[in-house]
Design a protein around this ligand. Structure first.
Ligand code: HEC
Ligand code: HEC
Length: 404
């Protein structure tokens, strides 16, 4: 039999296979399965928490192990506040009395959309509209257009001010940060290097002396009593990170990330409420999807230099890797040694998307991106890798990193 005469049969078989493929989308998406389990069953989040904490004795872990239970944090009311985006023309005005949005609509219970697209869309909405931290101190800054610009509150093309929202709270309306305030500069996930929360507090307190205690793009998030502000991290490569936090506090995964977001929102509002678990999971799923937009590492001369000099730590498709001893790196280490989050090691950060980052290292000690990182005369201490490369190789390496 000739190939030609067999072709119709082959086509039939292929067509049948294609039909089976077309039927496959009915199979549940693992992401949606995880999400529905997380929302319905508190034990799922609890198990993810226990498995993901690297050092159960540090402050971050001990607090969560004690309180992330159905009786304690699980019993807090789920907060579904009405919000309204703060627009640039509202600088100098007083809080609005109308126009608030009930953006989860009929989602009165803790329901999660059925499929991945719906879940990620909910996460994207929460990223720019769910209040992550109510900051009354912003009121005095919003009342003064010059001060608002000084602290890095910058309008986007639609006139929205750095992801801020007015939120209804008991007894009134207050301004709040959303995730986007620190974690978006117009491109979601990319750090907002201009935003200076320390200056917001200092301006509100009329304290000019301590003004800008952390500087733009940095904040001290831990209550560990140590002065260790960290640069806003780039969230786009989050799914490539082996661990969450610079100090490698949490083994990474979609569910551990959802728990991390849920518990951070509980602690950052004084344990008064919890976010709906659907919102915590949707945010995690949305962050997880951000890596899709990052270019895969290319080949080229710089790649060979990287493989020889850097890849023992920054490895694999994520250009990330297992945590390393703090002393092997030697950058400003108050972050890694935090009694709250420390594990004795640094996380090796993913370099996917690094071309867009200016503040590097946990401390933000390098302010000029990879060019400055590899400058042998740079001021910031530590991470000496690549500093002794011949100039030609160093240029090739910088060029390659700037394509990431
Ligand atoms: C006031 C600014 C600010 C706001 C608002 C904020 N974050 Fe962050 N975020 C930070 C800083 C600073 C860190 C670094 C902490 C560290 O590495 O230990 C961080 C770390 C993270 C991390 C871990 C990143 C990593 O690489 O390990 C995630 C995930 C995250 N934030 C998500 C969110 C989400 C989701 C929201 C909204 C609910 C949010 N953040 C709101 C400043 C902020
Ligand atoms: C011994 C392991 C190790 C080697 C080798 C290494 N790095 Fe790193 N790298 C780290 C760690 C750990 C950090 C985080 C340090 C900090 O946050 O202060 C880091 C941070 C960085 C950062 C900053 C990322 C950010 O978002 O803050 C860049 C960029 C970077 N490394 C590039 C390189 C390049 C390029 C090389 C090779 C020339 C290299 N690294 C070699 C472990 C290593």
């Amino acid at each position: 039999m000739s190939v030609v005469r067999r072709a119709p049969l082959l086509l039939l078989v292929l067509a049948a296979l294609a039909c089976e493929e077309a039927a496959a989308p009915d199979a549940p998406d693992p992401l949606a399965v995880d999400g529905h389990a997380f929302v319905a069953e508190p034990a799922v989040g609890r198990a993810a928490l226990e498995a993901s904490l690297v050092d159960p004795t540090n402050g971050y872990s001990a607090l969560r192990l004690a309180r992330y239970t159905p009786e304690r944090w699980g019993a807090l009311p789920a907060w579904r506040p009405r919000v309204r985006a703060i627009m640039v023309h509202e600088r100098g005005g007083s809080p609005p009395t109308e126009g608030f949005e009930d953006w989860w609509g009929a989602r009165a219970d803790d329901a999660l959309p059925a499929d991945r697209a719906g879940i990620e869309a909910l996460g994207a909405r929460a990223f720019t509209h769910f209040p992550a931290q109510v900051v009354p101190a912003l009121r005095s800054v919003l009342g003064d257009a010059e001060a608002a610009t000084t602290v890095g509150l910058i309008p986007d093309a639609d006139g929205r001010l750095s992801g801020l929202v007015w939120v209804e709270v008991p007894g009134g309306v207050e301004p709040a940060l959303t995730c986007a305030t620190c974690h978006s500069d117009g491109v979601a996930g990319r750090p907002n290097m201009a935003f200076d929360l320390g200056a917001v507090y200092d301006l509100a307190a009329q304290s000019r002396t301590a003004r800008g205690r952390w500087g733009p793009g940095r904040v001290d998030v831990t209550g560990d009593g140590v002065d260790n502000p960290t640069a806003f991290p780039d969230l786009r490569p989050i799914r490539f990170q082996t661990h969450l936090h610079r100090a490698a506090t949490v083994r990474n995964g979609l569910l551990p990330l959802a728990v991390r977001i849920e518990t951070l929102m509980i602690t950052s509002t004084g344990e008064a409420w919890r976010p709906p678990r659907s919102v915590a999971f949707a945010l995690a799923a949305y962050l997880w999807s951000m890596g899709d937009a990052l270019p895969p590492p290319a080949d080229g001369a710089g790649r060979a230099v990287f493989d020889a000099t850097c890849a023992r730590c920054h490895a694999g498709e994520g250009l990330a890797g297992a945590p390393v001893p703090i002393d092997d790196v030697g950058t400003a280490d108050a972050v890694a040694r935090s009694p709250d989050r420390g594990t004795g090691r640094w996380r090796v950060p993913s370099l996917r998307g690094v071309a867009d980052r200016r503040l590097l290292f946990a401390s933000g000690g390098v302010r000029g991106g990879v060019e400055e990182l590899l400058d042998p005369d740079r001021a910031a201490a530590g991470h000496p890798f690549g500093l002794d490369l011949p100039a030609v190789e160093r240029r090739a390496l910088v060029g390659w990193l700037e394509g990431l």
